[in-house]
Design a protein around this ligand. Structure first.
Ligand SMILES: *[C@@H]1O[C@H](CO)[C@@H](O)[C@H](O)[C@H]1NC(C)=O
Ligand SMILES: *[C@@H]1O[C@H](CO)[C@@H](O)[C@H](O)[C@H]1NC(C)=O
Ligand SMILES: *[C@@H]1O[C@H](CO)[C@@H](O)[C@H](O)[C@H]1NC(C)=O
Ligand SMILES: *[C@@H]1O[C@H](CO)[C@@H](O)[C@H](O)[C@H]1NC(C)=O
Ligand SMILES: *[C@@H]1O[C@H](CO)[C@@H](O)[C@H](O)[C@H]1NC(C)=O
Length: 508
């Protein structure tokens, strides 16, 4: 490797490209580029890979004429697919989109700052309707802790890929809708929303295309809207949370049209909900990573939704091992530094922070570490952590299970900058999660950034300690709760006569 090559590798590393596989960015007569065009062979037998006229134009060796993702040098449409980058991130002079200094220079993102108590406004707890399938650590609807959540989102209902009507996950989950919405009579003002979708709905299988097909057809949407409204009235839900994971992303079954179709779908849904005669809420979940968030036209979506629930957890996990720029190294899954960077994607697009609820995990992501003498963040892992006794899935542990592990002897360390806890035990087991202390730090962050509140995944993964700690840290008093199911009135969303079609009335 000569000095010139080392310089290029250094430049590539500043670009955030993985120089460990440096040969990917070099090409020769016989070896084309993986990314970009093979430019002139200026390094002896080698050229390097890039975009724009310097690499793809005159003197180009192979893969010539490709277009970059953004225009890094006023090249024009001949050399780039778009002039700017998705989500208003920066374009480097090599034609790559990103947020690091080499892409953006000294440009600063206008970030909201306030010192209020905005976290008091909303606490949205997701409830996994299937949690009773676990052998232990389960929470029945009647056992859901009341008083601190302003909203419970029932996860999940699905969408039938043929009729586009709302569909149950399975009969057991569906049998619990009414018991959860019945909690509204025990806690005055509580709202219960139905969450539709979830990660697994977009796994390979019959429902992988449900969202894409639904959002591209007005007729399918009308069918969905009618079935959703009758469903919500029948089971006494107050709103709907759309969890599409993820539009556009081809690894998640998405297609490019999703980008334009999703905002139109949400606008039509909003209008249809409003004409029902009830005041139904509407929200969507958002990923915190650029990779998936770029499939959402958040600027066009914002006016149609009451709020965004941003999934600021699962930022790292066992899957890192197959991501070229990350690799098999233990990182915390709810790292505040990375959460802050993720939210900057929203601020780049002038999203109102009051419409954003910060996701909090009541669970941890775990690893089995490679070398018991290297147990700090950044040390290597050999695989997922051992399955918990109730959740039974390697790589993840519920809050309840982590508290049991700590109680029977584990080392707990606080990472101040990341605002997370790292728990290690059994020589090689490692999990990152949030306890009362780091939940408090995250709530302080919600206040600092003027966000609309918090969202929890999920209230059934807790033994009651985390929701208590979170609730006690709020300025809002604990809502009065009664055991008497005929006592308090539930939330009052009925604003006038219902406006339903005859067909919908028949289905009720
Ligand atoms: C530019 O667009 C073409 C056609 O859609 C696509 O195949 C190519 O991957 C895009 N280039 C980049 C760098 O995204
Ligand atoms: C009643 O619903 C229909 C659509 O089903 C809508 O066109 C009409 O505007 C609604 N009326 C009111 C008062 O919202
Ligand atoms: C729908 O109703 C809400 C109040 O419940 C209102 O804030 C919103 O502007 C309405 N949207 C449309 C599109 O009518
Ligand atoms: C948190 O994220 C920052 C930035 O990516 C990283 O430097 C730090 O090591 C992370 N901390 C943990 C505990 O994963
Ligand atoms: C709960 O009830 C008590 C006694 O009736 C009352 O003083 C308090 O304000 C109530 N709290 C809330 C949050 O409504």
């Amino acid at each position: 490797m000569n000095f010139f090559t080392v310089q290029i590798l250094f430049l590539l590393s500043l670009l955030g490209l993985n120089v460990a596989q440096d040969e990917d960015y070099f090409c020769s007569k016989t070896k084309p580029c993986k990314v970009g065009c093979c430019g002139p062979l200026t390094l002896g037998d080698l050229g390097y890979c890039g975009y724009g006229p310097a690499y793809c134009g005159q003197g180009c060796t192979s893969s010539c004429g490709l277009k970059s993702e953004c225009d890094g040098g006023n090249w024009g449409a001949q050399w780039s697919n778009a002039s700017t980058c998705p989500l208003n991130v920066c374009c480097s002079r090599f034609g790559f989109c990103g947020t690091a200094q080499l892409f953006c220079g000294d440009k600063k993102v206008p970030t909201p700052e306030c010192g209020g108590k905005s976290s008091d406004a909303k606490t949205i707890g997701y409830y996994e309707g299937w949690n009773l399938d676990k052998p232990c650590g389960t929470i029945t609807p009647a056992d859901i802790p009341l008083g601190y959540c302003t909203h419970i989102n029932f996860a999940f209902a699905l969408i039938d890929p043929k009729t586009f009507r709302i569909a149950p996950m399975d009969p057991n989950t569906a049998s619990r809708y009414d018991a959860v919405t019945a909690l509204k009579v025990r806690q005055f003002g509580l709202q219960v929303w139905i969450a539709i979708g979830g990660w697994a709905m977009n796994d390979p299988g019959p429902m992988r295309k449900s969202f894409s097909d639904l959002t591209k057809s007005a007729a399918a949407q009308n069918e969905f809207f009618e079935s959703l409204i009758t469903f919500m009235i029948k089971h006494d839900f107050d709103g709907v949370d759309i969890d599409w994971e993820y539009p556009v992303a081809d690894d998640r079954g998405g297609v490019p049209e999703d980008f334009d179709n999703f905002p139109i779908f949400l606008e039509r849904l909003r209008n249809r909900l409003n004409s029902s005669g009830r005041r139904f809420g509407l929200s969507i979940t958002l990923p915190a990573s650029y990779w998936y968030l770029r499939g959402f036209d958040i600027i066009k979506i914002e006016p149609s939704v009451d709020w965004f629930n941003i999934m600021t957890y699962d930022i790292h996990g066992i899957w890192d091992s197959s991501i070229k720029d990350l690799g098999p190294y233990a990182r915390a899954h709810t790292n505040l530094t990375e959460i802050n960077a993720g939210l900057e994607l929203l601020w780049r697009n002038n999203i109102n922070p009051g419409r954003v609820n910060l996701g909090l995990g009541f669970y941890g992501r775990s690893f089995t570490m490679k070398d018991p003498s290297c147990m700090s963040p950044g040390c290597g892992f050999s695989g997922p952590g051992k399955a918990g006794r109730c959740t039974g899935t390697s790589g993840v542990l519920s809050g309840l299970e982590i508290r049991e592990i700590i109680a029977s002897g584990a080392t707990v360390k606080t990472d101040e900058a990341a605002a997370v806890k790292i728990v290690t035990w059994d020589t090689d087991q490692w999990v990152s999660w949030d306890d009362e202390e780091t939940l408090k730090k995250k709530v302080e962050y919600v206040n600092k950034r003027c966000l609309g509140g918090t969202m929890i995944w999920a209230i059934d993964l807790d033994d009651g300690s985390s929701i208590d700690a979170l609730g006690k840290g709020l300025g809002r008093p604990k809502a009065n709760v009664t055991a008497d199911l005929s006592g308090l009135p539930g939330s009052d969303l009925g604003t006038g006569p219902l406006n339903l079609t005859d067909q919908m009335l028949r289905e009720l």
